[in-house]
Design a protein around this ligand. Structure first.
Ligand SMILES: [Zn+2]
Length: 48
């Protein structure tokens, strides 16, 4: 379980292994998480 970097509550995973574009040619796989308490939505690198 990931904790919110802002308020340290447990976060909900909205999606995993989402590919985001980094610059023109590079891409990266991330998980998208949301904190239900403070509403922060953030990315975390997917562990493979
Ligand atoms: Zn939070």
């Amino acid at each position: 379980m990931s904790e919110c970097p802002r308020c340290k509550s447990n976060s909900i995973k909205l999606g995993s292994n989402i590919i985001i574009q980094v610059g023109k040619t590079r891409s990266k796989k991330v998980d998208i998480l949301e904190c239900p308490k403070c509403g922060l939505v953030y990315y975390e690198s997917s562990k493979e």
